[in-house]
Design a binder for this molecule. Structure first.
Ligand code: NAD
Length: 330
């Protein structure tokens, strides 16, 4: 199949081309993101392949459909950037990669927890400057601390398994209980109880209308003072302005985020030397107890390999008229 691959970086081309070599789909790589302005690039392509920041909204889908596109292939799990109803109305099939690196994302969340707790990001800079003072680097034992996991699907469960290994107690909140999390000793509670009793809160639920700004001013009022908040899921789970107020008051003791609500203006690009216009993001970067990574939690060799393999299996299923287990519908 002829596939227009949007938002491609060198690493995407490397892994997608390798996985495609035995299959020989006709891939054309485009660096720009897919949106209303760039949809024209896909004219005549029956399939487009997109990532997290491509805007697959109704007008873009209409432009794609009018020029022959019938398949949208997401090379990610989250699909909050796709208007599924519009796709269905236009007869466009949407497929995704539901799991490609749950270990990678959970391990990155643990990396944020360990770095924030033991101030490794600050110690790294100090030692390089010849400053071996320990003032300001005091941490706490993870052993017997309570970790609250919001969303106990694939990634949340693995985080629970890892934190159990540190000797942590596990609290959990989800719309469905995961028996594997309960078998670890994890206790499902309502959100206010999780907020009140967790030393570390880690978000692993999808972004939906129900979870938008899950961490807002009211939630921050309920949390244990000095909590560590970790978000490797989607930026808009957090009301960033409310979290900044929580950091200023000390109610939030640590913040580790791999995602940010307005990240599409910033992440995945080298903006060094440019003036960042986002004042909320810039304020976040000034806190010593805030650690931000640029949506890299998924970024392991295993994940890129799995993404490429599943992407082409999905395309082949649709091309050959088989039902695709990874199709998503409105
Ligand atoms: P998953 O589908 O296996 O698990 C998500 C869990 O969230 C499910 O158990 C679901 O029941 C639960 N959930 C749904 N609505 C909820 C609600 N209102 N409140 C509480 N829980 C709710 O997904 P996963 O593979 O574990 O991924 C979780 C999220 O991680 C994805 O949605 C995606 O946004 C994010 N993600 C981020 C990266 C990254 O690089 N930072 C990579 C992959 C995934």
């Amino acid at each position: 199949m002829k596939v227009a691959v949007f938002s491609t970086k060198a690493y995407d081309r490397q892994f997608l081309s390798a996985a495609n070599s035995p299959i020989q789909h006709e891939l054309v790589f485009f660096e720009p993101r897919l949106n209303r302005d760039t949809a024209i690039l896909a004219a005549g392509f029956p399939a487009v392949c997109v990532f997290v920041h491509d805007q697959v909204d109704a007008p873009t889908l209409e432009l794609l459909a009018s020029r022959g596109t019938r398949l949208v292939v997401l090379r990610c799990a989250g699909f909050n950037n796709v208007d599924l109803q519009a796709a269905a109305d236009l007869g466009i099939t949407v497929v995704r990669v539901p799991a490609y690196s749950p270990y990678g994302v959970a391990e990155h969340a643990v990396g944020l927890i360990l770095s924030l707790n033991r101030k490794i990001h600050r110690a790294y800079n100090r030692v390089r400057e010849g400053n071996f003072s320990l003032d300001g680097l005091l941490g706490f034992n993870l052993h017997e601390r309570t970790v609250g996991i919001v969303g106990t699907g694939k990634i949340g469960l693995i985080l629970g398994q890892i934190m159990k290994g540190f000797g942590c107690n596990l609290l959990a909140y989800d719309v469905y209980r995961n028996p594997e999390l309960e078998a670890l000793g994890g206790k499902y509670v309502e959100l206010p109880e999780l907020f009140a009793n967790s030393d570390i809160i880690s978000l692993h639920c999808p972004l939906t209308p129900e979870t938008h700004h899950l961490i807002n001013t009211e939630a921050i009022e309920k949390i244990k003072p000095g909590v560590m908040l970790i978000n490797t899921s989607r930026g808009a789970l957090i009301d960033t302005q409310a979290v900044i107020e929580g950091l200023k008051s000390g109610k939030i003791g640590y913040l580790g985020v791999d995602v940010y609500e307005q990240e599409s203006e910033l992440f995945f690009e080298d903006l060094s030397g440019e003036i960042i216009q986002d004042d909320i993001f810039q304020r976040l970067t000034t806190f010593p107890n805030v650690l931000i990574t640029g949506h890299q939690a998924f970024f392991t060799a295993e994940a890129l390999y799995n993404i490429a393999e599943t992407t082409f299996a999905n395309i082949t299923d649709v091309e050959q008229g088989r039902s695709c287990a990874n199709e998503i519908r409105a």
